[in-house]
Design a protein around this ligand. Structure first.
Ligand code: AMP
Length: 286
């Protein structure tokens, strides 16, 4: 195995000093592990574009609003390290929670309006937790480039704004969502679905695709778009649509009259698992 597994901030810093001094371009891929083909796509892109690739695997307690979700989050570190090795990753940084948070945090990143809608409205404190850990990882790794998935569109918009507002010297690259053959967005949480739930889970992509088709065919009224999308969710006691919204791709504010490209985003509970997904959609040009 040629990948190096590092668990402490000090050891990672020590290793990266030499890399940086050699003028090598460092790429960072932050993850929570249980790696799948979506993560692999981000990592492969980093490998192509950077000299030294650091993948972080850290299930960040600060961003979980529900204890059961944190406890049930899949953890497969040995397999993750093996996958990273096969993809030519240089370093896997997998710190413990105590290493990342040795004392209670008294200074954190506050996220304003960008977190008011979509997941932010349903997961109190989630994006403050995300922004804080991402900022810590940026400071620890001091990478030139970081890779994030468009699957988490609100997270990506927040990270882009975090970097702009706080003058962080790093480029942010968004990578298109990787899907299963039936359209389901790949996610570590998909592992929790049983066979029946797995079939039901495609309803989210179907609903979002319907919304996109409505917008592309010229429907401007967001409520009509949402109604068409919602009608695609089968009535099944295991399915509960938490939200389905059309928002501005940068500000993440709801758009009620669709005259510009938007993101259609949704969250669907499938049994006890919460899945999110989104699609870009643009009205037909006039
Ligand atoms: P996570 O481990 O779920 O926190 O994800 C780590 C990174 O991988 C985030 O930037 C995600 O947006 C990205 N990611 C997760 N799933 C996918 C996917 N299906 N396609 C593309 N990127 C993804």
């Amino acid at each position: 195995m040629s990948v190096t597994r590092i668990e402490t901030v000090a050891a990672l810093r020590e290793r990266l000093v030499a890399v940086r001094h050699a003028g090598r371009r460092i790429g960072l891929v932050p993850t929570m592990g249980a790696l799948h083909q979506g993560h692999a796509t981000l990592i492969a892109r980093a490998r192509r574009e950077c000299d030294h690739v650091v993948v972080t695997v850290f299930v960040n307690p600060l961003q979980f609003d529900r204890r059961d979700d944190l406890e049930r989050y899949p953890r497969t570190l040995d397999a993750d390290v093996a996958l990273c090795d096969s993809l030519g990753v240089d370093v896997v940084f997998a710190p413990s929670a105590a290493e990342m948070y040795p004392r209670p945090m008294r200074c954190t990143i506050e996220v304003k309006e960008l977190a008011d809608h979509l997941c932010g409205a349903y997961r109190p404190g989630h994006f403050a937790g995300v922004a804080t850990v991402v900022m810590k990882l940026f400071e620890i790794v001091q990478a030139d480039v970081a890779y994030f998935g468009e699957k988490d569109a609100q997270q990506l918009a927040i990270v882009r704004r975090l970097v702009a507002d706080l003058n962080v010297p790093i480029s942010i690259i968004g990578v298109e969502t990787v899907r299963e053959a039936d359209g389901l967005a790949m996610s570590s949480r998909n592992q929790r679905l049983d066979q029946c739930e797995r079939k039901l889970a495609t309803a989210l992509f179907t609903a979002l695709s319907t919304a996109r088709a409505e917008i592309e065919s010229g429907t401007q009224d967001a409520e009509r778009v949402r109604a068409a999308a919602r009608s695609q969710i089968p009535s099944d006691e295991r399915l509960r649509l938490e939200y389905l919204e059309t928002v501005d791709p940068e500000t993440m504010q709801p758009i009620e009259r669709i005259l510009e490209p938007v993101i259609v985003a949704g969250a669907l509970w499938v049994g006890t698992t919460r899945l999110i997904d989104n699609l870009r959609a643009a009205p037909p040009s006039l």
